[in-house]
Ligand binder design. Structure first.
Ligand code: ATP
Length: 389
């Protein structure tokens, strides 16, 4: 692991008597792509603003390269920020928007030096040839690239990005995710990225910091937080999960859903109540007589390369993914191998996330929201945009 660049030590923050951050401890390393991930209001942006110096913590220390910088103003920190609303200068062209920070630098830079740096940045964000275009004639994706180039041209050690792709439609957002990751790799600049989109976080990050209720719930690689969630909140927030109440009988033996399963977990007290998480893709659908559990299928949704099915096992609705077609109303067996079971300590989030009883209504509601968003994005697309650059 690279050397530590930023350390947050026991950071707390309240607004109007409401505690927003509660004892945040976080190490961020040189050249790392770190994402703060969590639901709206969990304190991600406030954490980012504290790193940028736009907000002061009530308690705790912000350390940069070993030095406490709590009292250093934003413009003296070696960080730069890209916001969701990119705030470009509308009366300037692309070149002058990117060159702005360089032109006000003292001692003054040579004109040729500025041109070289801006040209390099335009190449980096795939906007070669756009120098003279006015930013008002650019599409949302292109404007966001200009904002990124403008932030990177000053060669900050750290780039803070607050939901920078939030205003873009889904397809463009996916393309920009890849580009941002590639820019980060090529420049080696530390990126601290805020999003509530778990897929975005898992795709781009070296390290994911999952937050809820003003606290860090887990810090890990994307595979860690997916495969080894720390508690029921993380298991529910990242990916789909069946979360069941269980009892740890002994090391490598856990009981849930009325059956005792072999698992890989240990280190719990005898008969300790636990939360058990099982991902939909990790359960095998088998004939009833071979199943450790069995249940009736209440819903089947075709997803292209697999079927997403809901099964009622003694009143608990499981979600499973299977590549074989199974008919609604049929009774099937479930086989769960030790590797598919992940046991977690009970936490304040235990029991807060139910099964998939209400899933079909949720899914319908979500697809309504998505189609509204897409319709709005299409309606606002300007005819001269060209995203194929
Ligand atoms: P979102 O994704 O919605 O931006 P977030 O996780 O980034 O959420 P924050 O923006 O950090 O969350 O906000 C956390 C809480 O602090 C929210 O309840 C918010 O209303 C409150 N808050 C943030 N900034 C201020 C402020 N300047 N004054 C008062 N309350 C604030």
């Amino acid at each position: 692991m690279e050397k530590k660049l930023i350390e947050l030590r026991n950071i707390s923050k309240s607004f109007d008597g409401e505690t927003v951050l509660r004892g945040i401890d976080l190490d961020i390393h040189d050249s790392e792509f770190v994402t703060l991930l969590g639901p709206s209001g969990c304190g991600k942006t406030t954490t980012l603003r504290i790193i940028g110096g736009f907000e002061a913590p009530d308690e705790g220390d912000v350390i940069f390269g070993g030095t406490r910088i709590n009292d250093v103003p934003p413009y003296k920190r070696r960080v730069n920020t890209v916001f969701q609303r990119y705030a470009l200068f509308p009366h300037l062209n692309v070149f002058d928007n990117i060159a702005f920070g360089l032109k006000i630098k003292r001692p003054k830079l040579k004109k040729s030096e500025i041109t070289e740096k801006v040209t390099d940045m335009l190449a980096l964000v795939n906007l070669k040839g756009f120098e003279k275009r006015h930013v008002s004639t650019l599409s949302g994706g292109q404007q966001q690239r200009v904002a990124i180039a403008r932030a990177l041209v000053n060669q900050p050690e750290v780039l803070l990005l607050d939901e920078p792709l939030g205003a873009l439609d889904l397809k463009l957002r996916k393309d920009m995710q890849k580009e941002l990751k590639s820019i980060q790799k090529r420049t080696g600049i530390t990126f601290i990225y805020v999003t509530h989109d778990q897929e975005e976080a898992l795709t781009m990050s070296d390290t994911v910091v999952v937050m809820a209720d003003g606290k860090i719930q887990q810090i890990g690689t994307p595979t860690d937080v997916y495969n080894e969630p720390q508690n029921a909140f993380v298991a529910d927030f990242i990916g789909e999960s069946n979360i069941l109440d269980g009892v740890m009988i002994a090391d490598r033996s856990v009981r849930f859903a009325g059956h005792t399963f072999e698992c890989l977990d240990g280190g719990f007290a005898e008969n300790e109540p636990v939360d058990v998480v099982i991902r939909p893709e990790d359960v095998d659908v088998v004939p009833v007589e071979r199943g450790m559990l069995s249940g009736k299928i209440t819903s089947v949704i075709f997803k292209g390369d697999y079927y997403e099915i809901i099964i009622d096992v003694k009143g608990f609705k499981w979600m499973l993914e299977t590549s074989d077609f199974v008919a609604e109303g049929s009774v099937i067996g479930l086989e769960i191998v030790p590797d598919a079971i992940h046991v977690m300590k009970k936490s304040e989030y235990s029991g807060r996330f139910g099964d998939y009883s209400t899933y079909s209504e949720e899914a319908e509601h979500l697809s309504d929201i998505v189609s509204d968003e897409e319709a709005a994005a299409e309606a606002s697309d300007s005819p001269d945009t060209d995203e194929s650059l």
